[in-house]
Design a protein around this ligand. Structure first.
Ligand code: GDP
Ligand code: MG
Length: 163
């Protein structure tokens, strides 16, 4: 079984950008795998000789009628349940938001291994880009730029070691 990494975070933090980078051209849907549904995005990635599956929870965006909590419960919950490790992405340029805290509570209750990852960190100092996020209580954040690729390989290697 390939380890499964779920990308979790509020809209616009860069989940899909990271997903695309991790899967590159091989984001073939793995929809024939049992238990996988089509409203989440599954792809295959590889770092060195270590393959993995990655889930982009694009369905996290709030749906007006039903509310963010409903969406979290429905889609993200399932992705988290399937994951060996959760990559929880926050936006280093925007800083901490209440929504990040809600997600943190949710992830904590899930009991999964969570890696807190500050994205959009290109050109920024570790201490300033991470300062906001210590209050989430998830330890030292990892810092990446999904768009530029900085820190991404190291992050995945770490994730696979945890998984
Ligand atoms: P998602 O909603 O979490 O899937 O976020 P997207 O991957 O769609 O990205 C949201 C926006 O953030 C897009 O405009 C991306 O180009 C931008 N973005 C993603 N990663 C980075 C990054 O590492 N640095 C910067 N500066 N922008 C980024
Ligand atoms: Mg997306």
């Amino acid at each position: 079984m390939k380890p499964v990494i779920a990308l979790i975070g509020r809209p616009n933090v860069g989940k899909s950008t990271l997903f695309n980078r991790l899967t590159r051209s091989r984001d073939a849907l793995v929809a024939d795998m049992p238990g996988l549904t089509r409203d989440r995005h599954y792809g295959e990635g590889r770092v060195g000789d270590r393959p993995f599956l990655v889930i982009d929870t694009g369905g996290f965006e709030p749906v007006a009628k039903e509310g963010i909590m409903y969406e979290m419960a429905k889609q993200t919950k399932q992705a988290v349940a399937e994951a060996d490790v959760v990559i929880f992405i926050v936006d280093g340029r925007q800083g901490l938001t209440p929504h990040d805290k809600t997600i943190t509570d949710f992830l904590r209750k899930s009991g999964r291994s969570v890696m807190l990852v500050v994205n959009k960190a290109e050109g920024m100092k570790y201490t300033s880009v991470t300062a906001d996020f210590y209050e989430l209580g998830l330890g030292d954040p990892y810092v990446i730029s999904a768009a530029h690729g900085d820190g991404v390989s190291d992050l995945v290697i770490e994730a696979l070691d945890i998984a």
